[in-house]
Ligand binder design. Structure first.
Ligand SMILES: Nc1ncnc2c1ncn2[C@@H]1O[C@H](COP(=O)(O)OP(=O)(O)OP(=O)(O)O)[C@@H](O)[C@H]1O
Ligand SMILES: C[S@@+](CC[C@H](N)C(=O)[O-])C[C@H]1O[C@@H](n2cnc3c(N)ncnc32)[C@H](O)[C@@H]1O
Ligand SMILES: [Mg+2]
Length: 278
């Protein structure tokens, strides 16, 4: 049974900052050291609880002092944990990591290798650890992240291993780096200035190959669409926003450092407006 935590406010605050950084795309490495029984494991457990409150997956690897522990045992445990949340074998294949990962966890990345487990050269070890880093990066990249205001996120009770939801305000908080940003029925809630602010926040976080996908109704250039025109009026009265044509959307993109690449129709009244960083 775990007793109530005493003290450790300073350490927990530092760990919480690191967790926040990691959530927003800045990986952090923390080393916790101290004499036996001082509370190192407990601190790590507290961090995991805080992480799970934010829907972040925590993976444990325990080093074991006893004889017979297989080489890379903590790594193998973490890789096993990772394989329960993602198809790590397929991702490793896709990114040609299998050869380097199989000595670390032969049960997950089966491949006949010349090198018997545990006898790797320094260079092999470097490649193996780098393969773990790349695998971790690929796994985290594949998990969509939903960002909405705290009151919305707090009201969600959707747990999904392939999706995370975090609270954030696109007018105030730094957004995380991502391959694609989807804004579905968000821009039409806002007037021009706010739209450009939202898009600029995305542009600051985006990398050169990121894609911007705005999903909402797009007015025909001649505005001749009674359904969209009605929605336009509703948006104006309810949120102060508006429906827009592709050229109006393109103007917003440009002001925020994006170029409009294409507009794709869907079976619904929604269209997908795709942009990329300039
Ligand atoms: N701040 C704390 N408040 C209350 N209990 C604590 C605190 N820190 C540690 N404990 C308790 O003290 C015991 C020893 O702590 P813990 O196992 O985390 O130490 P450790 O530093 O990891 O030890 P070791 O070096 O042996 O691995 C555990 O029962 C733990 O729950
Ligand atoms: C019209 S809803 C669209 C929601 C969702 N994309 C969909 O298609 O169902 C607009 C969303 O923007 C969110 N939102 C409003 N202001 C925000 C802000 N400053 N930061 C983050 N999200 C915000 C609202 O809470 C709301 O969930
Ligand atoms: Mg310990």
């Amino acid at each position: 049974m775990r007793t109530a935590l005493v003290g450790r406010e300073r350490e927990l605050a530092a760990l919480s900052d690191c967790l926040e950084d990691a959530l927003f795309g800045q990986p952090r490495l923390v080393v916790c050291r101290g004499e036996p029984g001082i509370g190192k494991t407990r601190l790590a457990q507290e961090l995991c609880t805080a992480a799970s409150d934010k829907h972040v997956t925590a993976l444990w690897g325990w080093a074991d002092d006893s004889a017979g522990a297989p080489p890379y045992w903590p790594w193998r445990q973490m890789l096993r944990g990772m394989s329960t949340i993602a198809d790590t074998a397929a991702i490793a294949e896709e990114h040609r990591l299998t050869t380097d990962l199989s000595p670390l966890a032969p049960d997950l990345f089966a491949e006949i290798v010349d090198q018997p487990t545990g006898s790797a050269s320094i260079e092999d070890r470097f490649r193996q650890f780098d393969a773990v880093r790349e695998l971790l990066r690929q796994v985290t990249l594949r998990r969509p992240l939903v960002i909405d205001l705290p009151e919305v996120i707090d009201s969600l009770d959707v747990e999904h291993p392939r999706m995370r939801a975090i609270a954030g305000d696109f007018f105030k908080d730094a957004l995380p780096a991502a391959d694609a940003y989807v804004l579905m029925e968000v821009l039409h809630d806002w007037p021009e200035r706010e739209c450009v602010e939202i898009l600029a926040a995305i542009r600051r976080a985006a990398h050169q190959n990121s894609t911007l996908l705005v999903v909402e109704g797009v007015l025909p250039e001649d505005h001749n669409d009674p359904r969209a025109a009605t929605l336009d009026l509703i948006m104006l009265t309810v949120t102060g926003g508006r429906e827009r044509t592709a050229s109006q959307m393109s103007g917003l993109f440009e002001q925020a450092g994006f170029r409009l690449d294409r507009v794709t129709d869907t079976a619904s009244p929604m269209r997908i407006v795709e942009g990329s960083p300039v």
